[in-house]
Design a protein around this ligand. Structure first.
Ligand code: GTP
Ligand code: SPV
Ligand code: MN
Length: 567
């Protein structure tokens, strides 16, 4: 096969940051003996290294330079067209027993899997450069922070969907990924470490690793709360974390701590959260100055775009960007594109990669080692029907039930059918690195240790009317829902008791200066008994499908919910 990523030869002073740690050196030596690279590049994260690697990537056509006047220091990467999303069917948790991985993970035997992977890796880096990338997940002085090393080659284009394996060995703190260059499959510090291995460690050590954004919200009087929210992939975390309140909320300010992953620990009976990441790997389509101005400013420079379209003047373009579509562009596959084309110009899961320092709304405490105290946890999914705009759990255990039974219509973030409702507990279905029953129990156990637990809410920005259109304007207007959540957390804010939880009535939400009709609001906050009968049956079906691992407490919650609807 043609070597699409030949070795690179850096000048002295670049790529030679060899560490002194013997364990690391031994391990690198072992992998080099197996994979047989031409040379080894020891990364140090310096600016000089960055410039060299970008120049090399441009030379090898792995990156395309964008118009430097329009988007300074920004580049386009076109992936292999069959390597555009996470591949859940090829993702494995390799624990000694299948039972430890549980009913929601693909399991494979660690000994056999190591042997198989060793076979695939033997000689795999011949003629190529091996990169050793040290990384740190979390603020420098946080007790949760983890240090890791990723060894990789440069074979971004040389992927093979027939031989794609993303394998986790929680007992060994090891991850091996072959055959994909896509973010969630190969940035091993992110979903693989920070969530899958992270959740396994969190359960053992008594903390939480969650698929959550973390935001700060400050009132005009200067009262500040932090909120964490778990929405499934491509369901609005980045947008919510960067929310700009509408004009009516003068003096309110929302700041971003994280947009995808939250690590939380108990301190003084409260949950404190840190964001282990240093940047954003976000969905591009739909991003505009109308929907998310902070994201637009974040990606206006120093950004790598993957699988967006390229305009004739060298700019990045995607569906949903402000202004008119270009008359001509090169689409994400590298083909000519025009507005009348049947194909999308940008892949629906095209992504930006940008450092968090680019975000104008970055929270000042983002690097604080002790984390930020969480006042509320929000669950949410993409549901065209059934689930109201917002409601509040009766208590922690009921909140765990809301998380455990949440569902969402599938998106382009993972390969497979899009738009199918699937249960995605706590937005962790693809990311929980151990038995989901033990994960539910862990959530219940955490609750018992909290003297000042966050209140738990569920939201749905995606309910649709009979015309098939979203009933709720979403984006910045989600501030209206966030405000109710803050009010409830402060002990004010009205609500009605319903069988599913505390529901706001229309006048409990601040809808001033919002162009929305009364019927839409009623529909957004309404409960349809027939839909809920089906929903509760689906909860039971889901729990049953897990084969007896669901804690008794959650079964009890379901019975109570069902009883509430029989009244
Ligand atoms: P991952 O990075 O995959 O974990 O996704 P995410 O949860 O951060 O989702 P993101 O904020 O990138 O949003 C995904 C898609 O949902 C984008 O196309 C957004 O435009 C759209 N979206 C986000 N928020 C809203 C909203 O409030 N209403 C509507 N209708 N769409 C939204
Ligand atoms: C997701 O799919 O939830 C993402 C993108 O955040 S990735 O990092 O690729 O998993
Ligand atoms: Mn995510």
């Amino acid at each position: 096969m043609k070597n699409l990523a030949p070795a690179i030869f850096p000048p002295k002073g670049i790529g030679d940051a060899k560490p002194g740690n013997k364990a690391v050196l031994d391990w690198v030596h072992e992998i080099a003996t197996l994979t047989q690279p031409e040379n080894i590049f020891w990364c140090d994260g310096s600016e000089r290294e960055n410039e060299f690697l970008i120049a090399e990537s441009l030379r090898q056509n792995v990156l395309i330079e964008l118009n430097q006047k329009k988007v300074p220091r920004s580049y386009l990467h076109r992936s292999n067209p069959n390597d555009v999303a996470r591949v859940e069917q090829f993702t494995f948790v390799c624990t000694p027993t299948k039972q430890e991985a549980g009913p929601t993970n693909n399991w494979s035997d660690p000994t056999e899997t190591y042997a198989k992977l060793r076979g695939l890796l033997a000689g795999a880096m011949r003629g190529r450069t091996m990169f050793v990338i040290p990384y740190m997940m979390g603020p420098e002085d946080s007790p949760l922070t983890k240090v890791g090393f990723e060894i990789t080659d440069h074979s971004l284009l040389d992927v093979n969907p027939e031989r794609r394996f993303i394998c986790h060995f929680p007992q060994d703190n090891t991850i091996i990924s072959v055959g994909s260059g896509y973010g969630g499959n190969v940035l091993l510090s992110k979903k693989c470490l920070a969530l899958r291995i992270g959740s396994y460690l969190a359960c053992k050590q008594g903390w939480m690793a969650e698929h959550m954004l973390i935001l700060g919200v400050e009132s005009p009087e200067g009262r500040k709360h932090y909120v964490a929210a778990a929405f499934p992939s491509a369901c609005g975390k980045t947008n919510f974390a960067m929310l700009i309140p509408p004009a009516h909320f003068k003096g309110w300010k929302v700041t971003t701590v994280g947009d995808d992953i939250g690590w939380m620990r108990i301190r003084d009976g409260r949950l404190y959260a840190v964001n282990p990441e240093n940047g954003y790997f976000g969905v591009v389509p739909g991003t505009s100055f109308k929907s998310n101005p902070n994201a637009m400013r974040s990606i206006a420079h120093d950004t790598i775009y993957t699988n967006v379209a390229l305009t004739d003047d060298g700019d990045a373009w995607w569906e949903g960007k402000d202004g008119e579509p270009p008359a001509h562009a090169i689409d994400w596959r590298g083909n000519d594109w025009a507005p009348q084309s049947n194909e999308k110009a940008a892949h629906p899961n095209s992504r930006f990669t940008t450092p968090m320092r680019n975000n104008p709304a970055l929270d000042p405490d983002v690097e604080k080692g002790e984390g930020v105290p969480i006042s509320a946890i929000i669950f949410g999914g993409r549901r065209s029907d059934t689930v109201p705009l917002v409601y509040q759990a009766f208590d922690w255990d009921h909140g765990v039930y809301l998380g455990a039974t949440m569902a969402s219509e599938t998106t382009a973030a993972a390969t497979g059918a899009v738009g199918r409702v699937r249960r995605d507990p706590m937005a962790m279905l693809p990311f929980c690195g151990y038995n989901i029953g033990d994960y539910f129990q862990h959530w219940l156990d955490i609750g018992k240790r909290l003297t000042n637990p966050p209140l738990i809410f569920n939201v749905n920005w995606f309910r649709k009317g009979a015309d098939g259109k979203f009933l709720w304007p979403g984006f910045g207007e989600n501030m209206r829902v966030l405000k109710w959540i803050i009010d409830r957390s402060e002990g004010s804010g009205g609500a009605l008791k319903s069988p599913i939880g505390w529901l706001p009535s229309p006048h409990d939400l601040d809808l001033a200066e919002l162009d929305i009709d009364h019927n839409a609001v009623d529909e957004l906050l309404g409960l349809d008994h027939e839909e809920w009968q089906k929903e509760i049956a689906a909860h039971k079906e889901f729990f049953d499908s897990l084969g007896g691992v669901v804690p008794e407490e959650l079964q009890k919650q379901r019975e109570q919910l069902a009883a509430g609807f029989e009244l």
